[in-house]
Write a protein that binds this ligand. Structure first.
Ligand SMILES: Cc1ncc(C[n+]2csc(CCOP(=O)(O)OP(=O)(O)O)c2C)c(N)n1
Ligand code: SF4
Length: 296
């Protein structure tokens, strides 16, 4: 049985800024691996580039730190090569909702059996805080001195429209709830996405823990029915905000599972891997000559 210490690496420590929301997500992820009963060698963490994408350095499972925006295609390739592994893709909102958004759409429609965790700090933080697809309208900072005029992207709405079969939001400041969400996402058979509100204490001076604590509510406290796509869309539309608030009004930010559905996965439809993962199949007795003959 895996214990938390089995996932600790001994030669390095996370270098995130003290108080960064990435610590809460890192903790929840490790808790979830332990509580799901997975062995470290049954898990692969695949990330892009960014503060968030350093997670695989500091969890002792298999890991792959790739290119900005590209964890999802790498995760899909890994799943194809060895679908007995649990593949968790990790990236920031810039990585996933900026450069990588189209990959989410296609993984969602295919229903590839992978989990995607997005550390959504509403900025490109590693590169000092440029605005990202989820930055609140009107925000400015040192790297973005002019207030952004762009409407934030509702990425969960896009993922749901594209066919994602598990859609959820968590909060780095609520590790217990986030652990539960990650467990559910990993156990789900199909494409699961968890958008995680992650305070960046260094560059995001607006969306702080205190700010989120005043606005976040849990869907499960309202006994929300996550089997209805219509209800899911309506709750997902509550945040990010795309309208002006009336005086004294505050945003309401739902966390929890918005939608869950069982549907055959991409891997289920690939006859070559039904019997056994590709990596476990013998290379003997494979004759590629008939294939090459086609090009003569
Ligand atoms: C293809 C490519 N484009 C841009 C960059 C530069 N870059 C590296 S990290 C980063 C920002 C990361 O922001 P985000 O993905 O939101 O993660 P965070 O640092 O906020 O966790 C950028 C723009 C890069 N490394 N590769
Ligand atoms: S810059 Fe922001 S996201 Fe990056 S480690 Fe520091 S607090 Fe975390």
């Amino acid at each position: 049985m895996t214990q938390l210490q089995d996932l600790e690496i001994t030669y390095d420590k996370p270098n995130w800024c003290p108080g960064c929301g990435d610590f809460g997500i890192w903790m929840a992820l490790k808790n979830a691996i332990v509580q799901t009963g997975l062995n470290p060698w049954e898990v692969v963490l695949v990330s892009g580039i960014g503060c968030s994408s350093k997670v695989p350095y500091w969890v002792k499972t298999y890991g792959f730190n790739g290119l900005h925006g590209r964890p999802v295609p790498v995760a899909q390739g890994l799943k194809l090569a060895n679908h007995s592994l649990n593949i968790i893709a990790i990236g920031g909102d810039g990585d996933q909702y900026g450069e990588g958004m189209s990959h989410i759409v296609h993984a969602a429609r295919r229903n590839t059996n992978i989990t995607l965790l997005v550390h959504d700090n509403q900025l490109y933080s590693l590169t000092t805080g440029q605005y990202s697809p989820t930055t609140d309208m009107g925000e400015k900072n040192k790297a973005t001195p002019v207030p952004t005029i762009e409407t934030p992207l509702n990425s969960l709405s896009v993922a749901l429209s594209a066919g994602a079969t598990f859609v959820a939001r968590g909060y780095a400041g609520d590790v217990k709830n986030l652990t539960e969400l990650i467990i559910n996402a990993v156990k789900h058979k199909g494409f699961s996405i968890v958008d995680i509100m992650q305070p960046c204490v260094t560059f995001n001076k607006k969306n702080t823990y205190a700010w989120f604590n005043e606005r976040i509510y849990r869907l499960e406290d309202e006994k929300f029915d996550f089997n209805s796509k219509e209800k899911a869309f309506s709750r997902i539309e509550e945040w990010p905000l795309r309208k002006s608030l009336k005086e004294g009004e505050k945003e309401r930010i739902p966390i929890g599972i918005f939608y869950k559905e069982e549907r055959p996965t991409w891997e289920d439809g690939i006859p070559q891997i039904v019997q056994a993962p590709l990596v476990k199949q013998s290379l003997e007795n494979i004759d590629i000559n008939p294939l090459l003959d086609e090009f003569k």
